[in-house]
Design a protein around this ligand. Sequence first.
Ligand SMILES: [Zn+2]
Length: 135
Amino acid sequence: MRIGHPLRALVAERATFRCEYCYYPEEFSPSSFEVEHIKSLTAGGLTKLENLALACSHCNRHKSIKQEGIDPVTKRAARLFNPRTNSWSKHFILDRTTGIIEGVTPIGRATVKVLCMNDIQPLTARRNLIRLEVL
Ligand SMILES: [Zn+2]
């Protein structure tokens, strides 16, 4: 969704200007965050506040139109984290020593894997913010 869209400000403020998947703060990102459809338009999702989330470009690019992934522990399909209906702290833990985001439920683990949340680039950026005490 383009930057000037009227819903963008509402989505960004609701998200407190953080990626709703990896919790990275937009103010420390080199690129503007994106408004993504939790349920994609191609899957019948609507451009309404309850179906929109603020996402960093890394999470948005990897999520794309995906709705589910494989939980690496159970090897079973699990739907992806929904920022509108799921609580972040119930599904994820941020290890402040390593910077790694760990999924603690099938939804959390599948989402960490599909969104590649611990790839070296977002992991390094997250570690730096932890070291600077802004995350
Ligand atoms: Zn993110």
